[in-house]
Design a protein around this ligand. Structure first.
Ligand code: NAD
Length: 499
């Protein structure tokens, strides 16, 4: 299918993709596919004001009724899955299966949120005073700003929007300036759900297009109490303090530097499969991509040999081709950064396998590169940085304590895993003295999370949680209620105040 046909099939009109100031290139071949209209920063106050008005109406709509809107969104996404998935491939360069998987993730979170809309529970709490009852009530919080990254151009919005909407919060979405087309197409799908829903307030779900300056308007506004920002640690270090300084609630989902420990007892064939998917899937451009392999010295050489063999067989090329497993990097800048990091790793004593630019058998104009395996003598500064590309650093260890110390000795704390058949090792890894990450797995890789769990990480990953479990609480305000049904007015802690 041509790029134009993919855009048309996803419902984008000529007016939406021409005449604007934001140029959009496809990572597949670098082709210029659209000029999208950017939001005027001067319009941001009115956009935020519309969201505030929508909040006043939406917060009183019963949560199960709010869930109906998300149910309809899920239905519309199911109907549009193939076309939106293909657009994700066109705009973000993901292979077809991963583009479709991203839309499936949107559908999954809608299903989750519909159920949640009937399960927004608070606690009842034992009161120390006779004739009193205590409880917690969860209330809508207000407009939720969503700033998203290029590598999950639509799923991250849906994680936030599906929860925020059932929680009673309007949403203003600023997607990555690299991926506005999938955002416009998703918004059109949302508009169809809104039309079928019927009586949602105007401005309940809005999309703004542009770079950091547009995001900054959401970051700075006191009328946007929740600001969910997904992207680099650099971005989070700017956005987080600004939101905190105005007493807003930041939900930060930032960079990762995810590791796998492979113990002597590990099922190596399974480990190899998990390593390859998590290190080279999405061309190493997932926040949860495997970036560090910490292998026991007794199996390290064997594992590296197996991996080198597997890496040599991976089809690299056009992400639309059914057999391709590694598509392009998002742009040439990303490839340059990968090559520069490999140079730095070499200078620090690393031995690099792979990592060459690929020009044969791939669409011209895209940034295609073979994934790299880099054997490192120690965990150097370069290894401690997140490079958003398929580089896997290999380190060795003798004792599990040493392996866990290496795993934790990076600034980021997103995802982690261990391959072992030894129960003591697995449980130690998951214990308080084990992995310091928000996600810790046993005998599966660090990437490819399901929506049912809370997603997010510690340290420079930002501490935010999205998606499943009780992440919804981040989109609501908790109110503690004490109800006195007695004829007395006793004070807590036995305090006397008689007059
Ligand atoms: P990026 O930080 O360059 O941009 C992310 C978003 O932030 C974009 O929409 C951008 O316009 C916006 N932004 C940048 N500076 C801003 C500012 N000062 N004020 C307001 N908005 C600003 O990230 P990217 O290159 O698009 O994505 C890759 C990064 O995202 C990686 O570090 C990856 O690990 C991370 N990521 C994290 C998660 C997670 O859930 N933890 C998920 C996906 C991606």
């Amino acid at each position: 299918m041509t790029h134009t046909a993919t855009l048309t099939a996803a419902g984008l009109t000529p007016a939406e993709i021409t005449g604007g100031t934001l140029a959009v290139h496809s990572p597949i071949d670098g082709a210029l596919v659209a000029h999208v209209h950017e939001t005027n920063p001067a319009d941001m106050p009115a956009i935020i004001a519309r969201s505030v008005s929508a909040f006043k109406a939406w917060r009183t709509v019963p949560a199960p009724r709010r869930g109906e809107l998300v149910r309809l969104l899920g239905e519309e996404l199911r109907a549009a899955k193939a076309e939106l998935g293909a657009l994700v491939t066109l705009e973000a360069g993901k292979i077809t299966s991963e583009g479709l998987g991203e839309v499936q993730e949107m559908i999954d979170i809608c299903d989750f949120a519909v159920g949640l809309s009937r399960q927004i529970y608070g606690l009842t709490i034992a009161s120390e005073r006779p004739g009193h009852r205590m409880m917690e009530t969860w209330h809508p919080m207000g407009p939720c700003g969503v700033i998203s990254a290029f590598n999950f151009p639509v799923a991250v919005w849906s994680w936030n929007a599906a929860l925020a909407l059932v929680c009673g919060d309007p949403v203003i979405w600023k997607p990555s300036e690299k991926t506005p087309l999938t955002a416009i197409a998703s918004m059109k799908i949302m508009d169809r759900a809104l039309a079928r829903f019927g009586d949602a307030p105007e401005g309940l779900v809005q999309l703004v297009i542009g770079g950091p300056a547009i995001g900054e308007a959401l970051v700075a506004s006191k009328d946007v109490p929740i600001l969910s920002a997904t992207g680099s640690t650099r971005m989070g270090s700017i956005v987080g303090p600004k939101v905190a300084a105005r007493w807003g609630r930041p939900i930060l989902e930032l960079g990762g530097n995810n590791a796998m420990i492979v113990a002597p007892s590990a099922d190596l064939d399974m480990a190899v499969r998990a390593i390859v998917f998590s290190a080279v899937g999405t061309a190493g451009q997932r926040c949860t991509s495997l970036r560090r392999l910490i292998a026991h010295h007794s199996i390290r050489a064997d594992l590296v040999a197996k991996l080198a063999k597997a890496y040599a067989s991976l089809p690299i090329g056009d992400p639309r081709r059914a057999t391709t497993l590694i598509g392009p990097l998002v742009d040439h800048g990303a490839r340059d950064r990968m090559l520069a990091q490999l140079e730095k790793a070499r200078a620090e004593g690393g031995t690099v396998h792979g990592g060459a630019t690929v020009t044969e058998g791939v669409p011209q104009g895209g940034a295609y590169i073979a994934p790299a395996l880099v054997e490192m003598p120690t965990q150097t500064d370069t290894v401690r940085e997140e490079t958003f590309a398929p580089i896997l650093y290999v380190l060795g260890y003798d004792t599990l304590d040493e392996a866990i110390a290496l795993q934790n000795d990076v600034p980021q704390g997103l995802s982690s895993c261990i391959f072992t058949l030894n129960l003591r090792e697995a449980e130690t890894f998951l214990s308080a003295a084990g992995s310091d990450c928000g996600i810790a797995n046993v005998n599966i890789g660090p990437s490819g999370a399901e929506i049912g769990g809370a997603f997010g990480g510690e340290k420079e990953t930002g501490g935010g949680r999205e998606s499943g479990s009780d992440a919804w609480k981040g989109y609501m305000r908790r109110q503690t209620n004490t109800i006195n049904y007695s004829a007395q007015l006793p004070l807590a802690q036995g305090v006397k105040f008689d007059f």
